[in-house]
Design a binder for this molecule. Structure first.
Ligand code: NMX
Ligand code: MLT
Length: 435
C-alpha cells in the first residue's frame, strides 16, 4: 500500500500482541537497578520507558528503526538521484518500521501537502506577537493555536473507545507535521523579513518547501534542508523534547498539547537551543580574534569559557560517548559542498581543540561534539544567518519522531506516566533500611 495510515493499521495487531506477550512472560524481570546517584542525577541510564521509533548506542549513536544515519542516506528515497534523503521517507519508516519505496514516500509528500494549509487565525496569532518574542516561543504559540482543531480532543470528548485512540492521534499528528513548515517559515519571514511571506511551490517535497518558503530555493539549501530535517527527527525517548512530549501524551493530552510541551523543552540551552548558542559562541570568537584564528587562540577561548562558569555549546552529551554521527553526517555534507568555507574550517579546528580540553577538566563524560556543533555552519553557508531561528528548524524535524512515537504509544495503550519521587530524607531512609 502507499497509504501510510493503512500501513500503520496493518502493523498494530502484531505489535499489540508482542507487547502483551513481553508483559506476560517477562513482566517480573529486572531491567536494571536504580542507584541513588541516578535518582538525583537526572535519571541518567535508567531503562524506564518504551520508545519504538529509535534507539541509541552510546558509542555508535542513533539508529532509526534499526538503521544508522549512513545507512539511511543510502536507502531512503531521494528527491534527486544521488542526493539527500527526503524526511517523508523517514516518517514512513518511523511509523511502520519499513524503509519505503519511492512511491510510498511520494504519497506521504502528497498527503502532507493536502493538509498543509494554515488557518487564518494562526497567521494572525503569529503576526500579533511582540516583535521580540523568541522564535521558539512563537512556534509553541502557533502549535497551541492550532489545537482548537484537534481531532483527538474532539473524539475524546465525544466518548471514543480507547482501542481507537491512535486514529485521531494519527490524524492530528499528520495535520500538525504538514503545517509545521508553513508555521516555521511564517515565523522566519515575520521576524526577519518584514512579514513578506512566500508562496508555496506545489512541486516541492515537505523539507524543501520549508527552505523555499523561508526564501531559499536554490538546489543547495533545498538538499541541505532535506538532510537537516531527516537527521534531527528522533533521538530515542529520554531526551528532554521526546520525554516531555511522551509524558504529556500519557495524560491523553492531544498531539498539539504534547508537541508544544516538547518544544518548550527543546527551547532550553542545554538541549535544542544549543545550536543557537554555538553560533553565538563562534561569532564571539570571530569578533574577538578574527577569521584567522590559531589553535592556541582557540584553546584560550575555550578555557576562558570554562573558567567563566559556562559550557562549551555543541560539545558533550548526556548519553553519547563518541562523536555524534549527526555531527559526522553534517561534516560530510560540508566537505562535499563547502570545503573552503571559513566557518567550516573554524568548526573543524574546534573539533581538534575542544575534546582535549574538556577531557583535561576531568569531569566531562563525553568531550566530543554533538549535532548542534555543526548545523549552524550549513545554515550560515546558505544565507540563513539568524541563529535565534535555528532551534525552530530542529523542532520541525523533531515532530517526525515524537509524534510517530505518540501514535504508537496510543496504539499500544501505554499508561499514564508517573514515576516515584523521593525526598532527601526518604532516600536516606531507604539506604539505611538496606544497611
Ligand atoms: N562544556 C563545559 N562543561 C561541560 C560540558 C561542556 N560542553 N559538557 C559537560 N560539562 C560539565 C557538566 O556541566 C557537568 O559539570 P558539573 O559537574 O560542574 O555540573 C560535568 O561536565 C559532567 O557532565 P556530564 O555528565 O558530562 O554531562 P551531562 O549529562 O550532565 O550534560 C549536556 C549533558 C549535553 C547537557 C552537557 O554536555 C552540556 O551542557 N553541553 C553543552 C550544551 C550542548 O551542546 N547541548 C546540546 C546537546 C544536544 N542537543 O541538541 O540536545
Ligand atoms: C537530542 O537530539 O535529543 C539530543 O542529542 C539530546 C539527547 O539525546 O539527550
Amino acid at each position: 500500500t502507499t497509504d501510510l495510515k493503512a500501513a500503520v493499521a496493518a502493523k498494530i495487531p502484531e505489535e499489540q500482541d508482542r507487547l502483551k506477550a513481553i508483559k506476560k512472560e517477562h513482566g517480573g524481570k529486572v531491567l536494571g537497578a536504580v542507584t541513588v546517584e541516578q535518582a538525583i542525577g537526572g535519571m541518567r541510564g535508567i531503562p524506564s520507558m518504551l520508545w519504538e521509533t529509535s534507539l541509541l548506542d552510546p558509542e555508535e549513536g542513533i539508529r532509526f528503526r534499526g538503521h544508522s544515519i549512513p545507512d539511511l542516506q543510502e536507502k531512503l528515497p531521494k528527491a534527486k538521484a544521488g542526493g539527500e534523503p527526503i524526511p517523508e521517507g523517514l516518517l514512513w519508516l518511523l511509523l511502520t518500521g519499513e524503509v519505503p519505496t519511492q512511491d510510498q514516500a511520494k504519497s506521504v509528500t502528497e498527503m502532507l501537502r493536502e493538509r498543509s494549509k494554515l488557518p487564518d487565525h494562526v497567521y494572525k496569532v503569529l503576526s500579533d506577537t511582540h516583535p521580540d518574542t523568541h522564535p521558539m516561543t512563537q512556534l509553541c504559540t502557533a502549535v497551541l493555536a492550532l489545537q482548537v482543531d484537534s481531532k483527538f480532543a474532539k473524539a475524546y470528548s465525544q466518548g471514543i473507545h480507547k482501542t481507537k485512540y491512535w486514529e485521531p492521534v494519527f490524524e492530528d499528528s499528520m495535520d500538525l507535521i504538514a503545517k509545521l513548515p508553513t508555521i516555521a517559515a511564517t515565523i522566519y519571514r515575520n521576524t526577519y523579513k518584514g512579514g513578506k511571506l512566500i508562496e508555496d511551490d506545489a512541486g516541492l517535497d515537505w523539507g524543501a518547501s520549508l527552505s523555499h518558503k523561508m526564501g531559499y530555493s536554490d538546489e543547495g539549501p533545498l538538499e541541505m534542508m532535506r538532510l537537516y530535517q531527516t537527521i534531527h527527527a528522533d533521538h530515542e525517548g529520554g531526551n528532554v523534547s521526546a520525554h516531555a512530549t511522551h509524558l504529556v501524551g500519557s495524560a491523553l493530552s492531544d498531539p498539539y498539547l504534547c508537541f508544544a510541551a516538547g518544544m518548550t523543552g527543546l527551547a532550553g540551552p542545554l538541549h535544542g537551543l544549543a545550536n543557537q548558542e554555538v553560533l553565538r559562541w563562534l561569532n564571539n570568537v570571530r569578533e574577538q580574534v578574527g577569521d584567522d584564528v590559531t589553535k592556541e587562540q582557540l584553546s584560550e577561548f575555550v578555557w576562558a569559557t570554562l573558567k567563566s562558569g559556562k559550557v562549551v555549546p555543541g560539545f558533550g552529551h548526556a548519553v553519547l560517548r563518541k562523536t555524534d554521527p549527526r555531527y559526522t553526517c553534517q561534516r560530510g555534507f560540508a566537505q562535499r559542498h563547502m570545503p573552503d568555507y571559513p566557518l567550516f574550517k573554524l568548526v573543524s579546528m574546534l573539533y581538534e581543540v575542544v575534546p582535549d580540553i574538556l577531557t583535561q577538566t576531568g569531569k566531562v563524560k563525553n568531550p566530543y561534539p554533538n549535532v548542534d556543533a555543526h548545523s549552524g555552519v550549513l545554515l550560515q553557508f546558505y544565507g540563513m544567518t539568524e541563529e535565534n531561528f535555528y532551534t525552530v528548524l530542529f523542532g520541525v524535524s523533531r515532530s517526525l519522531g515524537v509524534l510517530s512515537q505518540g501514535v504508537w504509544s496510543r496504539a499500544l495503550g501505554l499508561p499514564i506516566e508517573r514515576p516515584k519521587s523521593l525526598t532527601m530524607q526518604a532516600v536516606l531512609d531507604r539506604v539505611a533500611a538496606q544497611e
